[in-house]
Design a protein around this ligand. Structure first.
Ligand SMILES: C[S@@+](CC[C@H](N)C(=O)[O-])C[C@H]1O[C@@H](n2cnc3c(N)ncnc32)[C@H](O)[C@@H]1O
Length: 220
């Protein structure tokens, strides 16, 4: 996700959508996107929950960041663009919090401003009947497994990393997955309309086979 060929199309699209205005990244993390976007001359502010992630960001750039929850925290001023990438809306584990996140984006936007979300399409079609786990990556030194709770609409991504020995390290990331149609309804509840949806940052068509999407919402 840090490779220039991944980051550059993201930065190109966001800079074009900002159209010279100020932008706000929800869950800015270590600045993977924000730092190169700011290097283009775009004024970037962030909201981020994790101090350790911010510590990494501050080693790279001095961007204004509010420490807090993207569903509720307020950054100063108004913005032409708010963006939330890398599936991170799923880190909010309830539907209510996810709707609040849309409402918080709306509160920060100028009229006509845009909220951009990058999010995976739930991969339930890969679940065979009676099974609630899917291996999403299996390669030397790394195994990724998603386990699903389809009643709560939750999944936990399990990241196993290992070397030659018998021990592995496990990182777990719980998420609430969202269907595109549900995401659009969250947008409507917060006063947005879907302006465009593509399969990637370069504008590829979103189809039934797309595994993720970049959705642009416009504040009515
Ligand atoms: C997958 S990383 C993405 C970071 C960055 N946006 C990027 O694209 O590289 C997810 C980030 O979301 C942050 N995060 C998770 N829940 C959050 C919340 N409720 N409010 C703000 N940040 C949150 C985490 O601390 C982490 O930095």
């Amino acid at each position: 996700m840090f490779a220039p060929e991944v980051v550059e199309p993201v930065v190109d699209r966001l800079a074009a959508l900002a159209a010279g205005g100020r932008v706000l990244e929800f869950a800015i993390g270590t600045g993977r996107v924000a730092v190169p976007l700011a290097a283009r001359g775009v004024s970037v502010t962030g909201i981020e929950l994790s101090e350790p992630m911010l510590g990494q960001l501050r080693k790279k750039a001095d961007l204004p960041v509010v420490v807090g929850d993207m569903a509720t925290a307020t950054a100063p001023g108004r913005y032409s663009l708010v963006y939330l990438v890398y599936n991170t809306i799923g880190n909010l584990l309830t539907q209510d919090e996810q709707v609040e996140c849309f409402r918080n984006a709306a509160r920060h936007l100028d009229p006509g401003g845009r909220f951009v979300i990058e999010l995976g399409v739930p991969e339930l079609r890969r679940l065979p009947p009676g099974q609630d786990a899917v291996v999403f990556t299996a390669e030397q030194g790394y195994l990724g497994v998603d386990t699903y709770d389809t009643v709560r609409q939750h999944l936990v991504s399990h990241h196993f990393t290992f070397g030659e020995g018998r021990q592995a390290r496990l990182g777990r990331c719980p998420q609430r997955y969202i269907w595109p149609a549900e995401l659009d309804l969250m947008g409507r509840l917060a006063g947005f309309e879907l302006e465009s949806r593509h399969a990637d940052w370069t504008g590829s068509e979103f189809t039934t086979e797309s595994s993720s999407h970049v959705s642009v919402y416009r504040r009515s």
